[in-house]
Design a protein around this ligand. Structure first.
Ligand SMILES: [Zn+2]
Length: 135
């Protein structure tokens, strides 16, 4: 098979092609934001890449002030919390991601349901994580 349904290919597509992709089961149509070779619904192996628009809405979030080292290196910490959340892609699947461009010190200013888009400029390929920002 030409495509490997794994996170390496997933992040290559993100970084090189600036495409957010998931996999779609050609048997039952189930869409998964996680690259995986087997359909979680029907357990079929007939998967194909599916390109997402990168548009989403914020479903839930939390602001984190006790941060891992990698985030501390980015300037986050007790005085500058970062936000992490679950976004719902416009295609339906939910995905966990960091939320950029919001005030972690002022969580009440962050609204669930707001439109967000994938932030291609903040991809940690070594420590893969996705980030979204207000649309
Ligand atoms: Zn399926």
């Amino acid at each position: 098979m030409a495509n490997d349904f794994n996170s390496h290919t997933f992040y290559n597509k993100l970084k090189e092609d600036r495409q957010l992709v998931g996999v779609k089961c050609t048997a039952c149509g189930h869409l998964s934001p996680e690259p995986r070779p087997m359909c979680p619904e029907c357990h079929g192996f007939d998967m194909e890449w599916h390109q997402f628009s990168g548009k989403a809405t914020l479903s839930t979030f939390t602001c984190i002030s006790v941060v891992p080292v990698l985030m501390a290196e980015k300037g986050y910490g007790r005085d500058n919390p970062y936000c992490s959340g679950i976004v719902t892609l416009e295609e339906g699947p939910r995905i966990s991601a960091r939320i950029n461009g919001v005030d972690g010190n002022n969580p009440q200013s962050i609204k669930t349901g707001m439109d967000v888009i994938l932030d291609f400029d903040d991809l940690d390929i070594e420590f893969p994580s996705l980030a979204f920002k207000p649309a």
